[in-house]
Design a protein around this ligand. Sequence first.
Ligand SMILES: [Fe+2]
Length: 211
Amino acid sequence: MIPEGDVGSSKLIVKQIPVGKMANFVYLVVEEESREAMVVDSGWETEPIEEAVRLTGAKVKFAVASHEHFDHVLTLRKLADNLGARVVAHESSPIDCDERVADGEELGLGDSKVQVLHTPGHTEDSICLYDGREVFTGDTLFVGTIGKFDRVRAEAIYRSLHEVILKLPGQTVMYPGHDYGSVTFRSLREEKEANPFLMTRDLRDFLAFFS
Ligand SMILES: [Fe+2]
């Protein structure tokens, strides 16, 4: 679905946490007043995330999988159990979860809402999470590059990038699932001006990029 521009509020605190040996980023997103929170991915280890939860006084409701790959969900069940949270994944995901969500569904944190955007391409179950100010892009979009994909999903990732993520306001801050870039986050406007995979004019142009 086309993302809406007024989903969340500015009351969410974002902690970007590096984990593991593949330069993963996981995220702790805490609603300022209620302290209700979600974690996006868990990567290889739970300790740095649990420490951030302790320091912020967060009450984690959701442990969300950006997609099925092991480097993102290896410890997600353990983390959710330790924190008393529910594992959430896209309805097409093969992972063990408590709640399956569809495109456009919202996760509530206090008075704020985070919208699920289905962005297939890197995997079928890839989702981005948009809170009205930030978008957590998993392995769909990185700083300066995009996630790997099978040829059969080329059109899907093109549409996810151009018809979903880039429809968000340019000032939206994108937070990727890996530390692959020159900076660890930046606005979609900056990304669009610097990422060669976002500069293709149309699907044909995009496909030619990979041939
Ligand atoms: Fe991945």
